[in-house]
Unconditional design. Structure first.
Length: 363
């Protein structure tokens, strides 16, 4: 009998936590496993998943059950199932108390990081007072970690999509009149947190040698408007299932958080990551570790530091530098190479299932 999965998620990082958890739940369901996703913000997930009723008591979508967090208080954990505590969210106490009687395996799913210590902590046991076997599971960028979420056939889908007219795809996704977009436009997706140096971004793109189309989901940040060679276009949020298609339409993707970073890496195109800020600037250590792992050129690293800072002048200089033809070619080549390296690694959902099976056998 296939083990059932209960996945718990509390929304902290806007769409990021919900996005990662739903993507994992959906992939596990596609692999044939019974899955329940318990989440405390149905309204947030509904923005990524339009079929979800944010005021409902749960529903089945793409083979997985999506349920409001509070109902877990009365729920029974799956018999000999896998309970995933995402991002240290802490399980409902009454649910946790029932896990031992059900013979569950407990997984502490951690945040994504390229820091070197992660490989030493991935898979370690975490002894619990109730006797339920619990393990740390770290997503990551090497075979010594839990991998990254990637569905089967993703690259083939991208190849087929990019063989068709880009402007037509953009119109179908966003409603932008394809005839308005110049054939030589540099299309840029902007998905960032409110404190990014947007004026510096605009200055660089306005002075770019070709037309730059900046696609902004939702309302553009204050002060960000069309000028020079820059056209700012507000676009609607696309469902998570179609987010990849939007990334594939763009030459450069500014992304934020964990889920969008992973999806942008799969495209093989240049990306700029705005990492979720943490107390004591701990996020900057994670940013540097990721840049080191990816092997970005020095000018690309400078751009990331500027984008995660607050100096518009520095941001404009850094972006202008990497948009020069030679620098852009080097960045594009490394982006493709990094994506290929990651694609050769096992995907996270399959690795997680294998990990749980191995711990069951040892137990």
């Amino acid at each position: 009998m296939q083990p059932a999965f209960d996945l718990f998620c509390r929304v902290i990082d806007n769409f990021g936590d919900a996005g990662v958890c739903w993507r994992l739940a959906r992939q596990l369901a596609a692999m044939g496993y019974p899955v329940r996703l318990w989440i405390d913000r149905l309204d947030v997930l509904a923005q990524l998943l339009p079929d979800l009723d944010p005021a409902g008591k749960g529903q089945r979508i793409d083979g997985a059950e999506v349920l409001p967090w509070h109902l877990a208080d009365q729920a029974s954990p799956p018999r000999h199932g896998i309970v995933i505590e995402a991002f240290a969210c802490a399980l409902p106490p009454s649910y946790e108390a029932r896990m031992a009687q059900q013979g569950c395996l407990w997984i502490n799913l951690e945040y994504l990081s390229a820091e070197t210590w992660v490989t030493g902590c991935h898979g370690l046991p975490s002894p619990q007072a109730n006797g339920v076997p619990k393990y740390f599971y770290f997503p990551g960028f090497t075979r010594a970690t839990g991998g990254l979420l990637r569905e089967p056939g993703l690259k083939d889908r991208q190849t087929r999509a990019q063989a068709t007219d880009r402007r037509g795809r953009l119109q179908a996704l966003t409603g932008i009149d394809a005839a308005r977009i110049p054939a030589n436009a540099c299309c840029v997706l902007l998905f960032g947190y409110p404190d990014a140096p947007y004026a510096g971004l605009a200055d660089a793109l306005a002075a770019h040698h070709t037309p730059a189309w900046l696609l902004v989901p939702g309302d553009p940040p204050p002060g960000l408007h069309s000028r020079g060679n820059l056209t700012v276009a507000a676009v609607p949020f696309v469902p998570q299932a179609r987010f990849d298609e939007l990334l594939w339409c763009c030459d450069l993707n500014f992304v934020r958080g964990e889920d969008s970073l992973v999806r942008a890496q799969w495209t093989g195109s240049p990306l700029v990551w705005q990492i979720y800020a943490q107390d004591g600037d701990a996020h900057r250590i994670k940013l540097e570790a990721w840049m080191q792992a990816a092997g970005w050129p020095d000018d690309v690293r400078a751009l990331h530091r500027a984008w995660n800072g607050h100096d518009d002048r520095l941001m404009a200089q850094a972006l202008s530098a990497v948009l020069r033809p030679a620098a852009w070619a080097a960045w594009s080549e490394r982006s493709h190479g990094w994506s290929q390296e990651l694609t050769r690694l096992p995907d996270m959902a399959s690795s997680l299932v294998e990990f749980c099976q191995s711990r069951r056998q040892k137990g």
